[in-house]
Design a protein around this ligand. Structure first.
Ligand code: SDX
Length: 430
Protein backbone atom coordinates (compact mmCIF):
# COMPACT_ATOMS: atom_id res chain seq x y z
CA UNK A 1 0.00 0.00 0.00
CA UNK A 2 1.79 3.19 -1.13
CA UNK A 3 2.19 5.70 1.66
CA UNK A 4 -0.76 8.06 1.05
CA UNK A 5 0.11 11.62 1.95
CA UNK A 6 -2.61 12.96 4.22
CA UNK A 7 -3.67 16.46 3.16
CA UNK A 8 -5.85 19.13 4.80
CA UNK A 9 -7.58 21.38 2.28
CA UNK A 10 -8.32 24.88 3.53
CA UNK A 11 -11.04 26.65 1.57
CA UNK A 12 -12.01 30.32 1.97
CA UNK A 13 -15.49 31.77 1.64
CA UNK A 14 -14.11 35.01 0.12
CA UNK A 15 -12.94 33.36 -3.08
CA UNK A 16 -9.27 33.15 -1.97
CA UNK A 17 -7.87 30.03 -3.64
CA UNK A 18 -7.94 27.03 -1.31
CA UNK A 19 -4.63 25.63 -0.08
CA UNK A 20 -3.52 22.10 0.66
CA UNK A 21 -1.60 21.59 3.88
CA UNK A 22 0.26 18.37 4.67
CA UNK A 23 -0.78 16.40 7.75
CA UNK A 24 2.08 14.83 9.70
CA UNK A 25 1.54 11.76 11.86
CA UNK A 26 3.55 11.19 15.05
CA UNK A 27 4.34 7.81 16.61
CA UNK A 28 1.48 8.45 19.09
CA UNK A 29 -1.05 11.17 19.78
CA UNK A 30 -2.78 13.72 17.53
CA UNK A 31 -1.61 14.31 13.95
CA UNK A 32 -0.55 17.87 13.11
CA UNK A 33 -1.47 20.12 10.21
CA UNK A 34 1.76 21.60 8.90
CA UNK A 35 0.96 25.33 8.53
CA UNK A 36 4.53 26.51 8.00
CA UNK A 37 3.69 27.59 4.42
CA UNK A 38 0.24 29.00 5.24
CA UNK A 39 1.30 32.65 5.49
CA UNK A 40 3.41 32.42 2.33
CA UNK A 41 0.51 30.92 0.40
CA UNK A 42 -2.39 32.95 1.85
CA UNK A 43 -0.96 36.01 3.63
CA UNK A 44 -2.87 34.82 6.71
CA UNK A 45 -1.64 33.58 10.13
CA UNK A 46 -3.19 30.98 12.38
CA UNK A 47 -4.52 32.45 15.62
CA UNK A 48 -4.10 30.47 18.85
CA UNK A 49 -3.36 32.52 22.00
CA UNK A 50 -2.63 30.12 24.85
CA UNK A 51 -1.67 27.50 22.25
CA UNK A 52 -4.89 25.53 22.79
CA UNK A 53 -4.48 23.77 19.42
CA UNK A 54 -0.83 24.33 18.57
CA UNK A 55 2.11 21.92 18.46
CA UNK A 56 5.15 24.17 18.85
CA UNK A 57 7.70 21.48 17.99
CA UNK A 58 8.24 17.78 17.44
CA UNK A 59 9.74 15.89 20.37
CA UNK A 60 10.68 12.33 21.34
CA UNK A 61 11.05 12.89 25.08
CA UNK A 62 7.70 12.91 26.95
CA UNK A 63 4.25 11.81 25.87
CA UNK A 64 0.99 12.69 27.64
CA UNK A 65 -2.45 11.26 26.87
CA UNK A 66 -4.68 13.77 28.68
CA UNK A 67 -7.89 11.80 28.12
CA UNK A 68 -6.49 8.57 29.52
CA UNK A 69 -4.33 10.26 32.18
CA UNK A 70 -1.14 8.67 30.87
CA UNK A 71 2.43 10.05 31.14
CA UNK A 72 5.46 8.39 29.50
CA UNK A 73 9.13 9.45 29.74
CA UNK A 74 10.85 8.10 26.59
CA UNK A 75 8.07 5.47 26.39
CA UNK A 76 8.23 4.32 30.02
CA UNK A 77 5.01 4.87 32.08
CA UNK A 78 5.56 7.20 35.03
CA UNK A 79 4.01 4.58 37.34
CA UNK A 80 6.84 2.15 36.48
CA UNK A 81 9.65 4.69 36.74
CA UNK A 82 8.33 5.87 40.13
CA UNK A 83 8.78 2.30 41.42
CA UNK A 84 11.70 0.82 39.45
CA UNK A 85 13.97 3.84 38.84
CA UNK A 86 15.58 6.58 40.87
CA UNK A 87 15.85 10.24 39.93
CA UNK A 88 19.35 10.08 38.42
CA UNK A 89 18.38 7.06 36.30
CA UNK A 90 15.37 9.08 35.16
CA UNK A 91 17.66 12.03 34.35
CA UNK A 92 19.86 9.76 32.25
CA UNK A 93 16.77 8.39 30.46
CA UNK A 94 15.41 11.86 29.67
CA UNK A 95 18.81 13.13 28.47
CA UNK A 96 19.98 10.09 26.49
CA UNK A 97 16.75 8.28 25.53
CA UNK A 98 17.54 5.00 27.29
CA UNK A 99 17.82 3.86 30.91
CA UNK A 100 21.50 3.55 31.87
CA UNK A 101 23.37 0.26 32.12
CA UNK A 102 25.02 -0.40 35.50
CA UNK A 103 28.30 1.05 34.21
CA UNK A 104 26.61 4.06 32.61
CA UNK A 105 24.69 4.76 35.81
CA UNK A 106 27.83 4.56 37.94
CA UNK A 107 29.66 6.97 35.64
CA UNK A 108 26.69 9.39 35.60
CA UNK A 109 26.29 9.28 39.39
CA UNK A 110 30.03 9.87 39.83
CA UNK A 111 30.16 12.90 37.55
CA UNK A 112 27.04 14.47 39.05
CA UNK A 113 28.25 13.78 42.60
CA UNK A 114 31.57 15.47 41.88
CA UNK A 115 29.99 18.63 40.45
CA UNK A 116 27.65 19.50 43.32
CA UNK A 117 29.85 22.32 44.67
CA UNK A 118 29.20 25.88 43.50
CA UNK A 119 31.88 28.56 43.22
CA UNK A 120 32.61 30.00 46.68
CA UNK A 121 31.92 33.49 45.26
CA UNK A 122 28.25 32.48 44.86
CA UNK A 123 27.92 33.02 48.61
CA UNK A 124 28.58 36.73 48.03
CA UNK A 125 25.79 36.72 45.45
CA UNK A 126 23.36 35.23 47.96
CA UNK A 127 24.32 37.76 50.61
CA UNK A 128 23.01 40.52 48.39
CA UNK A 129 19.41 39.30 48.89
CA UNK A 130 17.14 40.28 51.79
CA UNK A 131 16.65 37.36 54.19
CA UNK A 132 12.92 37.46 53.55
CA UNK A 133 13.33 37.17 49.76
CA UNK A 134 11.17 34.45 48.19
CA UNK A 135 13.39 31.40 47.47
CA UNK A 136 12.26 31.45 43.83
CA UNK A 137 13.58 35.02 43.47
CA UNK A 138 16.91 33.83 44.89
CA UNK A 139 16.95 30.76 42.63
CA UNK A 140 16.07 32.69 39.46
CA UNK A 141 18.95 35.07 40.18
CA UNK A 142 21.51 32.49 41.26
CA UNK A 143 20.91 30.10 38.35
CA UNK A 144 21.17 32.98 35.88
CA UNK A 145 24.43 33.98 37.63
CA UNK A 146 25.96 30.54 36.94
CA UNK A 147 26.74 31.69 33.39
CA UNK A 148 29.09 34.25 34.99
CA UNK A 149 31.17 31.41 36.43
CA UNK A 150 31.26 28.81 33.68
CA UNK A 151 32.65 30.38 30.52
CA UNK A 152 34.17 27.06 29.46
CA UNK A 153 30.90 25.34 28.52
CA UNK A 154 28.75 27.96 26.85
CA UNK A 155 29.25 27.02 23.19
CA UNK A 156 25.74 25.64 22.68
CA UNK A 157 26.69 24.18 19.27
CA UNK A 158 29.32 21.92 20.86
CA UNK A 159 27.60 18.72 22.15
CA UNK A 160 30.38 18.30 24.70
CA UNK A 161 29.70 21.78 26.11
CA UNK A 162 25.98 20.99 26.24
CA UNK A 163 26.75 17.78 28.13
CA UNK A 164 28.97 19.62 30.64
CA UNK A 165 26.30 22.31 31.18
CA UNK A 166 23.64 19.63 31.67
CA UNK A 167 25.74 17.86 34.30
CA UNK A 168 26.53 21.11 36.09
CA UNK A 169 22.84 22.14 36.15
CA UNK A 170 21.62 18.80 37.52
CA UNK A 171 24.47 18.65 40.05
CA UNK A 172 24.36 22.24 41.29
CA UNK A 173 20.64 22.97 41.49
CA UNK A 174 20.16 21.02 44.75
CA UNK A 175 23.07 22.96 46.26
CA UNK A 176 21.59 26.31 45.15
CA UNK A 177 18.07 25.36 46.30
CA UNK A 178 19.39 24.28 49.70
CA UNK A 179 21.44 27.50 49.92
CA UNK A 180 18.29 29.54 49.15
CA UNK A 181 16.50 27.73 51.97
CA UNK A 182 19.36 28.14 54.47
CA UNK A 183 19.85 31.80 53.56
CA UNK A 184 16.19 32.76 53.94
CA UNK A 185 16.14 30.94 57.30
CA UNK A 186 19.28 32.74 58.52
CA UNK A 187 21.17 29.44 58.72
CA UNK A 188 24.78 28.75 57.65
CA UNK A 189 25.25 27.08 54.25
CA UNK A 190 25.91 23.32 54.31
CA UNK A 191 28.41 21.88 51.85
CA UNK A 192 27.49 18.84 49.75
CA UNK A 193 28.60 15.36 50.86
CA UNK A 194 29.90 13.05 48.14
CA UNK A 195 29.20 9.93 50.18
CA UNK A 196 25.42 10.44 50.02
CA UNK A 197 22.95 9.74 47.19
CA UNK A 198 21.56 12.68 45.22
CA UNK A 199 18.37 13.03 47.29
CA UNK A 200 20.01 12.17 50.62
CA UNK A 201 22.65 14.83 49.94
CA UNK A 202 19.92 17.38 49.24
CA UNK A 203 18.20 16.56 52.54
CA UNK A 204 21.61 16.83 54.24
CA UNK A 205 22.25 20.30 52.75
CA UNK A 206 18.74 21.41 53.71
CA UNK A 207 18.45 20.08 57.24
CA UNK A 208 21.89 19.37 58.76
CA UNK A 209 22.46 21.18 62.01
CA UNK A 210 25.82 22.22 63.40
CA UNK A 211 27.23 19.20 65.30
CA UNK A 212 24.20 17.11 64.36
CA UNK A 213 24.62 15.82 60.78
CA UNK A 214 21.44 14.87 58.94
CA UNK A 215 20.36 11.33 59.84
CA UNK A 216 19.41 9.68 56.55
CA UNK A 217 15.90 8.19 56.70
CA UNK A 218 15.59 5.91 53.66
CA UNK A 219 11.78 6.16 53.50
CA UNK A 220 11.88 9.97 53.47
CA UNK A 221 14.80 10.10 51.02
CA UNK A 222 12.99 7.68 48.69
CA UNK A 223 9.87 9.85 48.94
CA UNK A 224 11.81 12.94 47.91
CA UNK A 225 13.47 11.02 45.08
CA UNK A 226 10.04 9.99 43.81
CA UNK A 227 8.79 13.59 44.01
CA UNK A 228 11.73 14.57 41.78
CA UNK A 229 10.90 11.77 39.29
CA UNK A 230 7.26 12.86 39.10
CA UNK A 231 8.26 16.47 38.32
CA UNK A 232 11.15 15.74 35.95
CA UNK A 233 9.49 16.53 32.61
CA UNK A 234 6.05 17.19 31.18
CA UNK A 235 6.04 17.81 27.41
CA UNK A 236 5.62 21.42 26.19
CA UNK A 237 4.30 23.07 29.38
CA UNK A 238 4.68 26.82 29.90
CA UNK A 239 8.14 26.77 31.50
CA UNK A 240 9.53 24.23 29.03
CA UNK A 241 8.20 26.33 26.16
CA UNK A 242 9.91 29.34 27.78
CA UNK A 243 13.22 27.47 27.90
CA UNK A 244 12.82 26.40 24.26
CA UNK A 245 12.00 29.94 23.13
CA UNK A 246 14.87 31.46 25.14
CA UNK A 247 17.22 28.79 23.80
CA UNK A 248 16.11 29.37 20.20
CA UNK A 249 17.94 32.73 20.23
CA UNK A 250 21.21 30.97 21.14
CA UNK A 251 21.19 32.15 24.78
CA UNK A 252 23.40 30.10 27.10
CA UNK A 253 21.78 27.17 28.97
CA UNK A 254 22.01 28.76 32.42
CA UNK A 255 20.13 31.86 31.20
CA UNK A 256 17.50 29.64 29.53
CA UNK A 257 16.96 27.58 32.69
CA UNK A 258 16.68 30.81 34.72
CA UNK A 259 13.92 31.89 32.31
CA UNK A 260 12.18 28.55 32.86
CA UNK A 261 12.40 29.00 36.64
CA UNK A 262 10.85 32.45 36.35
CA UNK A 263 7.93 31.08 34.33
CA UNK A 264 7.43 28.09 36.65
CA UNK A 265 6.98 30.47 39.60
CA UNK A 266 3.50 31.55 38.49
CA UNK A 267 0.54 30.18 40.54
CA UNK A 268 -1.11 28.84 37.37
CA UNK A 269 1.96 26.64 36.88
CA UNK A 270 4.58 25.45 39.35
CA UNK A 271 3.59 28.00 41.98
CA UNK A 272 0.33 26.05 42.45
CA UNK A 273 1.86 23.63 44.98
CA UNK A 274 2.59 26.51 47.38
CA UNK A 275 -0.85 28.04 46.62
CA UNK A 276 -2.60 24.68 47.14
CA UNK A 277 -1.19 24.17 50.64
CA UNK A 278 -1.95 27.78 51.55
CA UNK A 279 -5.49 27.18 50.27
CA UNK A 280 -5.89 24.03 52.40
CA UNK A 281 -4.63 25.85 55.49
CA UNK A 282 -7.00 28.77 54.78
CA UNK A 283 -9.98 26.38 54.54
CA UNK A 284 -8.82 24.90 57.84
CA UNK A 285 -11.54 22.41 58.71
CA UNK A 286 -13.86 20.10 56.70
CA UNK A 287 -16.95 22.05 57.69
CA UNK A 288 -15.59 25.04 55.74
CA UNK A 289 -15.33 23.06 52.46
CA UNK A 290 -18.91 23.77 51.20
CA UNK A 291 -18.45 27.54 51.55
CA UNK A 292 -15.08 27.34 49.79
CA UNK A 293 -16.56 25.32 46.91
CA UNK A 294 -19.34 27.91 46.63
CA UNK A 295 -16.74 30.66 46.24
CA UNK A 296 -14.89 28.66 43.59
CA UNK A 297 -18.11 28.33 41.57
CA UNK A 298 -18.77 32.05 41.87
CA UNK A 299 -16.86 33.50 38.89
CA UNK A 300 -16.74 36.91 40.55
CA UNK A 301 -14.84 35.56 43.53
CA UNK A 302 -11.65 34.92 41.57
CA UNK A 303 -11.18 31.87 43.83
CA UNK A 304 -9.77 28.74 42.18
CA UNK A 305 -9.31 25.25 43.57
CA UNK A 306 -5.52 25.25 43.46
CA UNK A 307 -3.93 21.95 42.52
CA UNK A 308 -6.98 21.13 40.38
CA UNK A 309 -7.43 21.35 36.61
CA UNK A 310 -4.98 21.00 33.78
CA UNK A 311 -4.68 22.12 30.17
CA UNK A 312 -3.92 18.60 28.99
CA UNK A 313 -5.23 16.16 31.61
CA UNK A 314 -9.00 15.81 31.32
CA UNK A 315 -8.67 12.80 33.60
CA UNK A 316 -6.80 12.15 36.81
CA UNK A 317 -3.15 13.35 36.59
CA UNK A 318 -1.21 10.09 37.09
CA UNK A 319 1.34 12.01 39.11
CA UNK A 320 -1.33 13.12 41.59
CA UNK A 321 -2.20 9.47 42.36
CA UNK A 322 1.48 8.63 42.93
CA UNK A 323 1.93 11.78 45.01
CA UNK A 324 -1.04 10.86 47.20
CA UNK A 325 0.48 7.39 47.78
CA UNK A 326 3.83 8.96 48.62
CA UNK A 327 2.07 11.34 50.98
CA UNK A 328 0.46 8.40 52.77
CA UNK A 329 3.82 6.55 53.06
CA UNK A 330 5.60 9.59 54.51
CA UNK A 331 2.85 10.39 57.00
CA UNK A 332 2.80 6.73 58.10
CA UNK A 333 6.61 6.76 58.49
CA UNK A 334 6.39 9.91 60.59
CA UNK A 335 3.46 8.66 62.65
CA UNK A 336 1.27 11.49 61.33
CA UNK A 337 -1.65 9.18 60.51
CA UNK A 338 -4.15 11.87 61.38
CA UNK A 339 -2.43 14.75 59.64
CA UNK A 340 -5.47 17.08 59.39
CA UNK A 341 -4.38 18.81 56.17
CA UNK A 342 -4.02 15.45 54.35
CA UNK A 343 -7.45 14.35 55.55
CA UNK A 344 -8.88 17.73 54.51
CA UNK A 345 -7.28 17.41 51.03
CA UNK A 346 -8.78 13.94 50.52
CA UNK A 347 -12.22 15.16 51.63
CA UNK A 348 -11.96 18.22 49.37
CA UNK A 349 -10.93 15.97 46.46
CA UNK A 350 -13.87 13.61 47.09
CA UNK A 351 -16.40 16.45 47.24
CA UNK A 352 -15.00 18.15 44.12
CA UNK A 353 -14.98 14.92 42.10
CA UNK A 354 -18.68 14.43 42.88
CA UNK A 355 -19.63 18.03 42.06
CA UNK A 356 -21.10 18.82 38.62
CA UNK A 357 -19.05 22.04 38.32
CA UNK A 358 -15.78 20.10 38.40
CA UNK A 359 -17.06 16.99 36.63
CA UNK A 360 -18.49 18.96 33.68
CA UNK A 361 -15.20 20.84 33.29
CA UNK A 362 -13.12 17.67 33.73
CA UNK A 363 -11.23 19.22 36.62
CA UNK A 364 -9.16 16.64 38.49
CA UNK A 365 -6.30 16.91 40.99
CA UNK A 366 -2.96 17.63 39.31
CA UNK A 367 0.60 17.06 40.46
CA UNK A 368 0.46 20.12 42.74
CA UNK A 369 -2.53 19.10 44.85
CA UNK A 370 -0.77 16.69 47.22
CA UNK A 371 2.86 17.62 46.67
CA UNK A 372 2.78 20.44 49.21
CA UNK A 373 1.45 18.18 51.96
CA UNK A 374 4.19 15.59 51.49
CA UNK A 375 6.90 18.25 51.20
CA UNK A 376 5.75 19.94 54.39
CA UNK A 377 5.79 16.55 56.13
CA UNK A 378 9.41 16.21 54.96
CA UNK A 379 10.16 19.47 56.76
CA UNK A 380 10.31 21.64 53.64
CA UNK A 381 8.84 25.14 54.23
CA UNK A 382 5.91 26.08 51.95
CA UNK A 383 7.76 28.86 50.07
CA UNK A 384 10.35 26.25 49.04
CA UNK A 385 7.92 23.94 47.21
CA UNK A 386 8.26 25.56 43.79
CA UNK A 387 12.05 25.64 44.10
CA UNK A 388 11.98 21.86 44.60
CA UNK A 389 9.76 21.63 41.50
CA UNK A 390 12.36 23.69 39.58
CA UNK A 391 15.20 21.48 40.84
CA UNK A 392 13.35 18.39 39.59
CA UNK A 393 12.26 19.94 36.28
CA UNK A 394 15.76 21.21 35.39
CA UNK A 395 16.58 17.90 33.69
CA UNK A 396 13.42 18.08 31.58
CA UNK A 397 14.17 21.63 30.55
CA UNK A 398 17.74 20.67 29.63
CA UNK A 399 16.64 17.59 27.67
CA UNK A 400 14.08 19.64 25.73
CA UNK A 401 16.57 22.48 25.17
CA UNK A 402 19.17 19.99 23.95
CA UNK A 403 16.64 18.37 21.59
CA UNK A 404 15.75 21.78 20.14
CA UNK A 405 19.37 22.96 19.70
CA UNK A 406 20.25 19.67 18.01
CA UNK A 407 17.51 20.11 15.35
CA UNK A 408 19.26 20.53 11.96
CA UNK A 409 16.80 23.22 10.86
CA UNK A 410 16.54 24.91 14.28
CA UNK A 411 15.28 28.51 13.96
CA UNK A 412 14.65 31.34 16.39
CA UNK A 413 11.07 31.23 17.66
CA UNK A 414 9.26 34.35 16.49
CA UNK A 415 5.41 34.22 16.65
CA UNK A 416 3.33 36.87 14.86
CA UNK A 417 0.09 38.59 15.98
CA UNK A 418 -3.42 39.75 15.12
CA UNK A 419 -2.99 43.53 15.21
CA UNK A 420 -5.95 45.35 16.77
CA UNK A 421 -4.26 48.73 17.34
CA UNK A 422 -4.68 52.17 15.68
CA UNK A 423 -4.37 52.77 11.94
CA UNK A 424 -1.38 54.85 10.75
CA UNK A 425 -1.68 58.51 11.91
CA UNK A 426 0.53 61.62 12.10
CA UNK A 427 1.73 63.49 15.12
CA UNK A 428 0.18 66.99 15.30
CA UNK A 429 2.45 69.08 13.04
CA UNK A 430 1.26 72.54 14.23
C1 SDX B 1 1.23 22.53 36.39
O1 SDX B 1 1.09 22.28 31.45
C2 SDX B 1 1.68 21.42 32.30
O2 SDX B 1 2.01 20.32 31.96
C3 SDX B 1 1.89 22.00 33.70
C4 SDX B 1 2.35 21.02 34.77
C5 SDX B 1 3.79 20.52 34.51
O3 SDX B 1 4.12 19.44 35.00
O4 SDX B 1 4.57 21.29 33.87
O5 SDX B 1 1.48 19.90 34.81
C6 SDX B 1 2.38 21.66 36.15
O6 SDX B 1 1.33 23.71 36.14
C7 SDX B 1 -0.07 21.93 36.86
C8 SDX B 1 -1.22 22.99 36.96
C9 SDX B 1 -1.04 23.74 38.28
N1 SDX B 1 -1.98 24.87 38.36
C10 SDX B 1 -3.01 24.87 39.23
O7 SDX B 1 -3.31 23.91 39.93
C11 SDX B 1 -3.76 26.20 39.28
C12 SDX B 1 -5.27 25.94 39.23
N2 SDX B 1 -5.59 25.41 37.87
C13 SDX B 1 -6.06 26.38 36.91
O8 SDX B 1 -5.57 27.67 37.01
C14 SDX B 1 -6.19 25.79 35.50
O9 SDX B 1 -6.79 24.57 35.64
C15 SDX B 1 -4.95 25.65 34.63
C16 SDX B 1 -4.20 26.93 34.51
C17 SDX B 1 -4.04 24.60 35.20
C18 SDX B 1 -5.42 25.20 33.24
O10 SDX B 1 -6.19 26.22 32.75
P1 SDX B 1 -6.80 26.17 31.26
O11 SDX B 1 -6.44 24.90 30.58
O12 SDX B 1 -6.48 27.45 30.58
O13 SDX B 1 -8.36 26.05 31.51
P2 SDX B 1 -9.32 27.24 31.80
O14 SDX B 1 -8.69 28.23 32.74
O15 SDX B 1 -9.83 27.76 30.48
O16 SDX B 1 -10.48 26.48 32.60
C19 SDX B 1 -11.56 25.88 31.93
C20 SDX B 1 -12.74 26.05 32.88
C21 SDX B 1 -13.01 27.53 33.25
O17 SDX B 1 -14.38 27.62 33.60
P3 SDX B 1 -15.44 28.12 32.45
O18 SDX B 1 -14.90 29.41 31.86
O19 SDX B 1 -15.51 27.00 31.43
O20 SDX B 1 -16.72 28.33 33.20
O21 SDX B 1 -12.46 25.39 34.14
C22 SDX B 1 -12.41 26.37 35.17
C23 SDX B 1 -12.21 27.72 34.50
O22 SDX B 1 -12.73 28.74 35.34
N3 SDX B 1 -11.25 26.02 36.00
C24 SDX B 1 -11.24 26.06 37.33
C25 SDX B 1 -9.98 25.60 37.71
N4 SDX B 1 -9.25 25.30 36.61
C26 SDX B 1 -10.05 25.57 35.55
N5 SDX B 1 -12.18 26.45 38.21
C27 SDX B 1 -11.82 26.35 39.52
N6 SDX B 1 -10.62 25.91 39.97
C28 SDX B 1 -9.68 25.53 39.10
N7 SDX B 1 -8.48 25.09 39.54
Amino acid sequence: MPHTRLIATLAFSDGTPSVELPIIKGTMGPDVIDVRKLHGQTGRFTYDPGFMSTASCSSAITYIDGDKGELLYRGYPIEQLAVHADYLETCYLLLHGELPTVAQKQAFVDIVTHHTMVHEQMQMFFRGFRRDAHPMAVLTGSVGALSAFYHDSLNIHDPRHRDISATRMIAKLPTLVAMAHRYTQGLPFVYPRNDLSYSANFMHMMFSEEGKPYQVNDVLVRALDRILILHADHEQNASTSTVRLAGSSGANPFACIAAGIACLWGPAHGGANEAALNMLEAIGTPDKIPEFIRQVKDKNSGVKLMGFGHRVYKNYDPRAKLMRETCHEVLEELGLHDEPVFKLAMQLEKIALEDEYFVSRKLYPNVDFYSGIVQRALGIPTPMFTSIFAMARAVGWIAQWNEMISEPDQKIGRPRQLFMGPLPRDCATD
